[in-house]
Design a protein around this ligand. Structure first.
Ligand code: ZN
Length: 280
């Protein structure tokens, strides 16, 4: 069976849509990320599937059991930065500080370091070679931040994995799945698109990508399996993108877990090197 990639951005319910608000830790609501992550991990175990978890450093720091829980399930830990600030708002120094902080926390908690990165809200600027160079210099193998979609990226970007110049070398880019359309790509790989479009379109896209010999990459967030979770007060469009169309992603997640084989990015890249003694 063809292998696909399932990814989870491990963050709190309030890390949505660049709302700019901060919330005190620990709050009763912050415990929901643990419960929701448990739910996702149980589903993966039940279906004998593996995933890559892009962990937000601030969430790992305040919930020290999450990263070890992910690793003990045989999954990959990658980085979602530390604070969920957009890369476009960071200086190169701040970007590196975010990476370093999350690497340090994950290494302390699991003995492993992340080798993959996903920017908050797909905010990695494709033109910013400096950011990819920093990733490469810090030992990252891949990035998964460039979404070939209007508004969060560009419709014309590649929908299949490719290499991006990064200093003296390259970083492998893994874009999330989209459904190609004559006018605009559709966001069927995650978010509101995965919640809204008919499963026939979503599965048809995965099948087509697999037929071309490539893995499809899906993504989700812990809050999407939590219909009772707290919600931000957001303007209409942001509310739709963050919460709209379907309360609970779980049935759809189960459908794809039953139908397809999922694994981690590192396994797709055929790299077995998650253990480190680099002392970061
Ligand atoms: Zn995020």
């Amino acid at each position: 069976m063809k292998r696909n990639i399932l990814t989870v951005d491990v963050e709190e319910w309030h890390h949505v849509c660049c709302c700019g608000k901060s919330f005190p830790y620990p709050s009763p609501e912050s415990q929901r990320v643990r419960r929701n992550l448990h739910k996702i991990l149980s589903l993966l175990e039940e279906h004998e599937q593996k995933a890559t978890f892009f962990m937000l450093g601030a969430v790992a720091e305040k919930n020290a059991d999450l990263a070890p829980m992910i690793v003990s399930g045989g999954h990959e830990i990658a980085s979602h930065g530390y604070s969920h600030r957009l890369v476009t708002e960071l200086t190169p120094e701040e970007f590196e500080e975010e990476l370093e902080a999350t690497e340090r926390i994950i290494l302390r908690q699991t003995g492993l370091r992340p080798f993959g990165y996903r920017a908050p809200q797909w905010s990695m600027p494709k033109s910013a070679e400096w950011a990819f160079a920093i990733l490469r210099d810090r030992g990252y193998y891949y990035d998964s931040s460039l979404n070939p979609l209007l508004f969060v990226g560009e419709n014309g970007w590649s929908c299949t994995p490719y290499d991006i110049p990064a200093g003296e070398g390259v970083i492998r880019e893994f874009p999330p799945m989209v459904t190609k359309n004559r006018l605009l790509n559709l966001p069927t790989g995650g978010g509101w698109g995965f919640r809204l479009f008919p499963m026939g379109i979503i599965c048809g896209t995965i099948d087509a990508i697999n037929r071309s010999g490539l893995p499809a990459m899906l993504y989700l967030h812990p809050r999407e399996v939590d219909p009772e979770g707290p919600r931000m007060e957001l303007p209409l469009i942001k509310r739709f993108v963050s919460y709209g169309t379907r309360d609970d992603l779980t049935p759809r997640l189960k459908t794809v877990l039953e139908k397809y084989h999922f694994t981690t990015v590192m396994e797709i890249m055929n790299i077995d090197g998650m253990h480190t003694d680099s002392g970061i």
